[in-house]
Design a protein around this ligand. Structure first.
Ligand SMILES: [Zn+2]
Length: 222
């Protein structure tokens, strides 16, 4: 027996951003994505990739290759997903990142880190996924962002931890795991180095700040 109490899904948005617009619910493809493929629409390059099951090759939307049979097309958000699904990059449009400008390449890596910082990440693993050598990735990332990829990952993790410590009651250990530094002692060390406070001190300070009557939140009448 199932009991239905609530109705309607919270958080459902009717306003698709461009990226949502090309991915249908069931791993399929929207009409918009199909039009981009047929029209070789370069404005969708970097938004998605499409693979053709019969040839085993994947392309950027702008690729001038022959328009495939729609039934054989699969779309992917990242080139590496197509690679993981055993598709080979097209030699013509080079969707595997080799032709990407460095800025775009680094931006894709940043986006990927945003979604994967809770995992164990190494320079070698990220470089593998994005088809560059660790050395090239290290140098390129530093040149464009001014910090190394490792520093960027750590910043992302600590920023996330600060948010969790302030906004949630999760334990420090839980948060450490959630931000990808599952060793609590190591997490505390890294956190303190960045913020000057231990995670617990930071949480206490943040909570004291929020409770201070003259903290600027609201002004008492008396
Ligand atoms: Zn192609």
């Amino acid at each position: 027996m199932t009991s239905k109490s609530g109705q309607g899904e919270a958080g459902k948005s009717d306003e698709p951003v461009k990226q949502d617009a090309v991915f249908a619910e069931t791993d399929g493809m929207t009409d918009e994505a199909w039009r981009a493929i047929v029209g070789n629409d370069a404005s969708f390059d970097g938004i998605f990739y499409y693979a053709v099951k019969t040839t085993g090759i994947f392309c950027r939307p702008s690729c001038k290759s022959r328009v495939p049979n729609k039934a054989n097309v699969r779309v992917f958000q990242y080139a590496l997903q197509a690679l993981e699904a055993q598709f080979r990059p097209c030699k013509r449009c080079r969707p595997d990142g080799l032709r990407l400008p460095d800025e775009e390449w680094v931006m894709q890596i940043e986006q990927w880190v945003e979604e994967h910082y809770s995992e164990t990440l190494t320079l070698g693993k990220v470089a593998d996924l994005f088809h560059g050598s660790p050395y090239h990735l290290h140098r390129t990332f530093k040149r464009i962002k001014g910090i190394t990829l490792a520093e960027h990952i750590q910043q992302t993790r600590i920023a996330r931890a600060m948010m969790e410590l302030t906004a949630t009651n999760r334990s420090v250990m839980d948060i450490a795991v959630a931000v990808g530094i599952p060793n609590a002692a190591h997490f505390a060390t890294v956190f303190q180095k960045k913020t000057g406070l231990t995670p617990t001190q930071y949480r206490e300070a943040a909570s004291a700040m929020n409770q201070k009557p003259n903290g600027g939140m609201e002004r008492g009448a008396n």
